[in-house]
Design a protein around this ligand. Structure first.
Ligand code: A2P
Length: 338
């Protein structure tokens, strides 16, 4: 089998690190793995398939001879280096929001719109969607295909790992400080995150929504390839380390029962239905952490409208929400296009 030279940009970060793990766990045909980060990481090394690999400093020559680049080092790094990598013949799978809404750049969730990967040829870049959007569309796609979704109302409960390593550290430090009657240090988020919920993820836009909320609105339409779906979102950061949870309400064109949704989703790729209220079984962030599936439960009919469904959707934001989705895209690229 052909092997590929792969680079991970941001390899020392929360998502980059997971990308290296997922490449190994899924036995992706890596010929050579290049790990890239900033000068801060000089001297660091990571383990891949039992061997240590040094972390190199990202520069304009980093992509010579590299065929696939997995980027997760922030939007400004992608804006500068993804086009440089693409010009060097490296296909970029970009986890930042830098290119997601560029019309001729595909925005891909393999369970939903794998066919869009073909458009990588336009710019040499494929965008990996926002973590909250990925898990939502994985669960909603089979329902949309069956009965057409007219409107989505989503509220999220998002883990701090989505912000990166510094935020994971901030939640643990604040928790430790508060339990020891000390003042928490607030650096990463605008307010204390320990023992709190922050109804702000990313910056506010002119319409009063946050950028994260508008990502969910716009990316959902692009991935489902349907501009007619009405989407409205409230995104909230909660003191959870791994796993985003979402309360999702949908209104459908055709009536669908809760039982039919359960049946549909139990056959859907990437979805695991956990829905047994009598046994107190429903998806939990702590159970989803480290897992690949998108977990769906609390499926029930919205009794306030003629055809609507409520559900609770949970997934590991670092895996399916980022690293796993990117590697799944790389697998399809390798199997079908390279
Ligand atoms: P470094 O560890 O050298 O700072 P996280 O999302 O967990 O904060 O991780 C961000 C990742 O992006 C890290 O691997 C970080 O490397 C990397 N990164 C941030 N800024 C740059 C940059 N200017 N050039 C290269 N890598 C960067």
């Amino acid at each position: 089998m052909k092997g590929y030279n792969v680079a991970v940009v941001g390899a020392t970060g929360a998502v980059g690190n997971e990308m290296v793990k997922v490449l190994e766990q899924r036995d992706f045909p890596v010929k050579k793995l290049k790990l890239l980060a900033s000068e801060r990481s000089i001297g660091r090394e990571l383990t891949f398939r039992g061997k240590t690999i040094p972390v190199d400093v990202l520069n304009e020559d980093s992509f010579n001879g590299i065929e696939i680049g997995l980027f997760s080092a922030g939007g400004s790094v992608s804006e500068k280096f993804a086009p440089i990598a693409a010009a060097a013949g490296c296909i970029v799978i970009d986890n930042t929001s830098a290119f997601r809404m560029v019309p001729d750049i595909p925005l891909v969730v393999p369970e939903v719109n794998p066919e869009a990967i073909a458009l990588y040829k336009n710019k040499g870049i494929i965008a990996n969607p926002n973590c909250s959007t990925i898990q939502m569309v994985v669960a909603l796609k089979p329902i949309h295909d069956a009965v057409r979704i007219k409107r989505i109302v989503v509220s999220t409960y998002q883990a701090v790992s989505g912000t990166g390593k510094k935020a994971i550290e901030e939640l643990s430090q604040q928790t430790r400080a508060l339990l020891n009657f000390q003042d928490p240090v607030v650096k990463v988020y605008p307010h204390q995150i320990a023992f709190n919920c922050l109804p702000q993820i990313d910056v506010f836009l002119e319409n009063g929504y946050t950028k994260e909320e508008m990502k969910m609105v716009n990316e959902t339409k692009k991935i489902l390839n349907d501009q007619t779906i009405a989407v409205t979102a409230t995104t909230v950061r909660v003191p959870v380390f791994y796993g985003h949870s979402e309360s999702v309400n949908i209104e459908t064109q055709k009536k669908i029962t809760a039982r039919e949704v359960r049946e549909l989703l139990s056959k859907a790729p990437g979805v695991l239905v956990v829905d047994d209220p009598a046994e107190k079984k429903y998806p939990l962030a702590i159970d989803a952490a480290g897992r690949d599936e998108t977990f769906v439960g609390r499926i029930r009919e919205d009794e306030s409208i003629p055809s609507g469904i409520n559900m609770w959707i949970v997934s590991d934001n670092i895996r399916k929400g980022a690293a796993l989705n990117a590697v799944q895209i790389a697998e399809i690229l390798a199997n079908q296009y390279l």
